[in-house]
Design a binder for this molecule. Structure first.
Ligand code: C5P
Length: 290
């Protein structure tokens, strides 16, 4: 059996961060949306053993979240299972776009099918949370509100189409470092106030189908530390605004910035122009529910 599956990138339309938990993670609430930028993965049954290749050889090896997902799933199988997996990478690393997490979620779902394991979604979600905070969301996209450290996923439906522009500076950012710098800063938002604000305002904007309202409802608490770590982001954000983006903010923990545009033509023109300012850009629609 042979399968080819797309693993989409995500953007965080809102991302509010509370205090640090006993386990070192932060409590958060975020409205997350997949976009049409994706990695592709192919899966092929093999009698035994896992064989993994990647278009970027640096990402090959046991450390890759795809391999870790496959190994984790192997432990849930009564008999030995094997697969040949290839990952065609298009989503940049250290960008805050969830590429590695999406690859891992895709591997869990695809291998569950390839190996006839029939694990229910809840079991896959438990494995996903072990692999990383962003992984559970990708089992339940295209749109959801996430909570806890990322493992609580409430899917949402909306019918609003929007185009996004992504621009990533040459330097990436480490998620752990961005969070740890945030911790050193005062004034994490009060949990109760924020529960009623950012995500709900965004959901209202999505339901209203108004892209300019969506742009205005965007917020990301990780921006504070990311902009200190990478001051170049300030200029890039301004450039994106000048190129017609209605709202611009950091993707997750960065270092990519996302701009929301009214239509794909504006987004594509902006992406072409922004290549003068940074080495990687992309433009396209976000994903609509099937
Ligand atoms: O879960 P993941 O391995 O993707 O997280 C990477 C790092 O980001 C964690 O080690 C932690 O420092 C930080 N993080 C956090 N709170 C979250 C998610 C991630 O502090 N909710």
């Amino acid at each position: 059996m042979f399968m080819e599956v797309q693993a989409p990138a995500k953007i965080n339309l809102t991302l509010r961060v509370f205090g640090k938990r006993m386990d070192g993670y932060h409590t958060l609430e975020s409205v997350v949306q997949t976009i049409t930028l994706s990695d592709s993965l192919t899966f092929e049954s093999a009698a035994e053993g896992l064989f993994f290749s990647c278009s970027d050889p640096v990402l090959e090896g046991e450390d890759n979240l795809v391999m870790r997902a496959a190994r984790l799933l192997q432990t849930r199988s009564a008999m030995p299972r094997g697969a040949r997996i290839h990952l065609e990478k298009r989503i940049p690393q250290q960008a805050g776009l969830g590429g590695g997490s999406s690859d891992a979620a895709t591997a869990l779902t695809a291998l569950n099918e390839l190996w006839d394991l029939h694990l229910p979604l809840d079991d896959l979600a438990t494995l996903a949370a072990d692999l990383g905070s962003d992984v559970p969301f990708f089992l339940r996209g295209p749109s959801a509100v996430i909570g806890g450290r990322g493992e609580l996923v409430r899917p949402i439906t909306h019918n609003t189409a929007a185009a996004v522009v992504l621009a990533k500076p040459a330097t990436g950012l480490s998620t752990g470092e961005v969070y740890s710098r945030l911790q050193a800063m005062p004034q994490l938002p009060d949990e109760e106030i924020f529960m009623r604000s950012a995500a709900q305002v965004m959901l209202n904007a999505l339901n209203a189908g108004d892209v300019s309202l969506i742009a205005r409802a965007m917020v990301n608490d990780l921006e504070r530390s990311a902009y200190i770590m990478l001051p170049d982001l300030t200029r890039l954000r301004e450039r994106m605004r000048l190129q017609g983006c209605l709202g611009v903010q950091l993707c997750g923990s960065g270092s990519a910035l996302v701009g929301i545009c009214a239509d794909v033509e504006v987004a594509k023109a902006a992406a072409a122009e922004l290549l003068n300012d940074c080495p990687w850009t992309w433009a396209g629609p976000w994903t609509m529910a099937a």
